[in-house]
Design a protein. Structure first.
Length: 364
């Protein structure tokens, strides 16, 4: 069984002026790769679940373009399953990027109802963002995730295996509280920036090589999920210089960096184990800092990442937990939020503990 080896209390640092570094422990029961065990992963949830009842109505928010345009087919199957359980279903279709934010912000959802999102990490992010903008007591509203995207990192961490599995979680009424990060950033990518925007992240926020790679990957969508690997390799070979000032809970670190991996969930991209120490409800976010590296070091770290998250043991990689974070750069630099390249620095983040509820299986 996994253990929470990366709690705030488990961090190691004797200097109060510097952020503590997560001390990952090796899973000695795993097979060694290149002389290293994989890291012991944290528990996805560290708090008990919340009992509930079957929702009377489900507002189904659908990204019809997700997962090679299979969103509509998944939504229709989900609707039939919910109606078979005598649950009213109201479907809303996204027509363009960002539309689910507008749809969710206009919903009137009662405590005995639920919001179900058909799509991937980006669709869930838009839906949560729209709902959070209503400025209500959001902590009682439950979200059900019905995966249909190409990057289903959150569904992977939640262990959702199928549409039927996702629906059973919504019907049984059991939920877990999850943390969110309120992210303030500049709307638009460098060269096409607009005003300030706010997003609520449930999954990950990245800066540096990781964003460069996803920008390249989006131009190769025809390749499927392997495009993420190809994009990373292309970004590694480019080896761009990236300077930033990073503030973790008020502490400043200024240097050249390769990548910031800011995580609420453990996986990202093509289901890579980016943050083995992350839990969805510990009241903190995790950040993996890849310091300035040569191409050879980056390739080595990426290879270790692909081997069950062993990159956390690379000497040029540090992980921390935090409640507030800021990134400042000499010029606007691209930011990816929950798998979508939507903004640029400067960026400010604040962790919102137990912000919303997510549907989970009933314990046996």
């Amino acid at each position: 069984m996994s253990q929470n080896m990366a709690s705030a209390d488990g961090e190691t640092s004797n200097n109060s002026n510097t952020p503590s570094v997560i001390d990952f422990q090796p899973d000695t029961g795993s097979k060694k790769r290149k002389g290293l065990h994989r890291p012991m992963p944290a528990q996805v949830f560290i708090k008990p679940s919340n009992d509930g009842t079957k929702p009377s109505k489900v507002f189904m928010l659908v990204n019809p373009y997700s997962g090679k345009k299979k969103g509509l087919k998944v939504a229709e199957a989900a609707k039939q399953l919910l109606e078979a359980s005598q649950i009213e279903v109201e479907i809303h279709l996204s027509q363009h990027s960002g539309h689910l934010v507008d749809i969710a912000s206009s919903l009137d959802v009662q405590p005995d109802q639920a919001i179900a999102v058909v799509g991937g990490d980006g669709s869930l992010s838009e839906s949560i963002t729209g709902w959070m903008m209503q400025s209500k007591d959001n902590s009682t509203i439950r979200f059900g995730l019905i995966p249909a995207g190409t990057g289903n990192s959150q569904a992977h961490d939640l262990g959702i295996k199928s549409t039927e599995d996702a629906i059973s979680r919504i019907v049984n009424g059991v939920t877990q509280s999850i943390d969110l990060a309120r992210v303030e950033l500049t709307e638009g990518l460098p060269g096409n920036t607009k005003g300030q925007m706010v997003r609520y992240s449930h999954n990950l926020v990245t800066w540096g090589l990781g964003v460069d790679s996803t920008i390249k990957a989006e131009k190769m969508r025809w390749m499927g999920s392997i495009r993420y690997d190809v994009g990373i390799l292309m970004a590694i070979m480019a080896n761009n210089r990236r300077h930033a000032s990073l503030y973790l809970d008020g502490h400043k670190m200024e240097d050249d960096f390769t990548l910031f991996l800011i995580q609420n969930s453990q996986t990202g991209g093509s289901l890579l184990p980016l943050a083995p120490g992350a839990s969805l409800d510990d009241g903190l976010m995790d950040i993996g800092i890849l310091k300035k590296m040569t191409r050879r070091d980056v390739l080595k770290a990426f290879g270790m990442l692909k081997k069950e998250g062993r990159h956390v043991f690379h000497p040029r990689v540090d992980y921390h937990k935090f409640k507030t974070l800021s990134i400042e750069t000499p010029a606007p630099a691209a930011i990816n939020v929950d798998g979508e390249n939507i903004g640029s620095t400067p960026l400010n983040m604040e962790v919102l503990p137990s912000a919303v509820q997510i549907c989970v299986p009933r314990s046996e």
